[in-house]
Design a protein around this ligand. Structure first.
Ligand code: RIB
Ligand code: CA
Length: 308
């Protein structure tokens, strides 16, 4: 049976690939939208456009326009000013639901109690608010898969911080402090599991509306990655979605306590892992350390229509 998914997302080019994967292999109960890669107005518009591309009436809920405490810079330099590669796409005529994302998350968790995975692909502002409104949320949600953090301090937005945690560290601290055992797909895992450019471009050449759309919106990110000397496309959210869709493709993991630094001049937003188990706090995260690359790529290729 395909899993029920609630996806918290800031589309975002790699978010878009994750959502294509979720539509192909899962059942999407809703998209709760965060600010992050670009502003909330754009991330909502991008989510609605993706529903057009999929021809799917997926509920879209706008969330918080700002981080909980301190303002943070977006990632438009990577994803484009519009968050989707500045292709100038024709906007969707769909509209987002009027319900706030945090409230929708709580309602949907009650409607799908015990059977839903939350896949957090954005700064954790919406999820943190939901947890503050209803601390019993984890009891109804068997799995939370988080794309975030850099478990050995190799960040992507600052030297030590990964973007989703670094954009709203207070929200991340709330989520990591409240969830008993989340599954963590961090930036360093993403780098280890890059998608080979040549294979990606072969998939994107498929005569399929999903491949055509993704080829267009990812052009800027692919150029950016090549210019940075990357060996392949780094699709963090797609990797997290693969773990959510097929837990069995995880080939190595570590259970550890993960905390979020809030105050360090150089380290704010970094994820601090108790690797030596020296602290008193018990593990709150299953850190994914390796996945089956072939199975990851099969989920991506099929989401683009490149394979069955
Ligand atoms: O650090 C990678 C994360 O930041 C991904 O979720 C990507 O979409 C960006 O938001
Ligand atoms: Ca994202």
């Amino acid at each position: 049976m395909k899993p029920w998914l609630l996806i918290d997302t800031d589309p975002g080019v790699d978010d878009a690939l994750a959502i294509l994967m979720a539509h192909r292999h899962g059942r999407i109960a809703g998209l709760s939208i965060a600010a992050g890669n670009v502003g909330l107005d754009r991330t909502v518009a991008n989510a609605l456009k993706l529903c057009d591309v999929l021809g799917a009436d997926i509920p879209v809920f706008a969330g918080c326009p700002l981080p909980l405490v301190r303002a943070a810079a977006d990632a438009a330099h990577v994803h484009g000013a519009d968050g989707f590669g500045d292709t100038g796409y024709l906007p969707s005529r769909r509209i987002a639901a009027s319900e706030h994302a945090a409230l929708a998350m709580l309602r949907i968790s009650r409607e799908h109690a015990g059977e839903m995975t939350i896949v957090a692909l954005a700064p954790l502002t919406n999820l943190a608010l939901a947890l503050r409104l209803d601390p019993t949320l984890p009891q109804r949600v068997p799995r939370l898969v988080v794309m975030g953090g850099a478990v050995s301090g190799r960040g992507n937005t600052t030297l030590a911080a990964e973007f989703n945690v670094g954009f709203d560290p207070e929200a991340a601290a709330i989520v990591f402090g409240a969830w008993p055992r989340l599954e963590l797909v961090d930036w360093e895992l993403t780098v280890r599991h890059a998608l080979d450019f040549a294979r990606c471009e072969a998939w994107l050449a498929t005569d399929d509306p999903r491949a055509r759309f993704y080829a267009a919106i990812s052009r800027k990110v692919r150029s950016f990655s090549r210019a940075r000397g990357r060996t392949g496309l780094l699709a963090a959210d797609a990797l997290a979605m693969a773990v959510a869709l097929e837990p069995g493709l995880v080939t190595a993991g570590e259970e550890r306590h993960v905390a979020v630094e809030l105050d360090g001049t150089l380290t704010r937003g970094s994820t601090i892992v108790d690797w030596e188990r020296r602290g008193s706090a018990s593990a709150n995260a299953r850190i994914v350390m390796a996945v089956d690359q072939a199975r990851f790529e099969a989920l991506v290729a099929s989401a683009l229509g490149a394979i069955a």
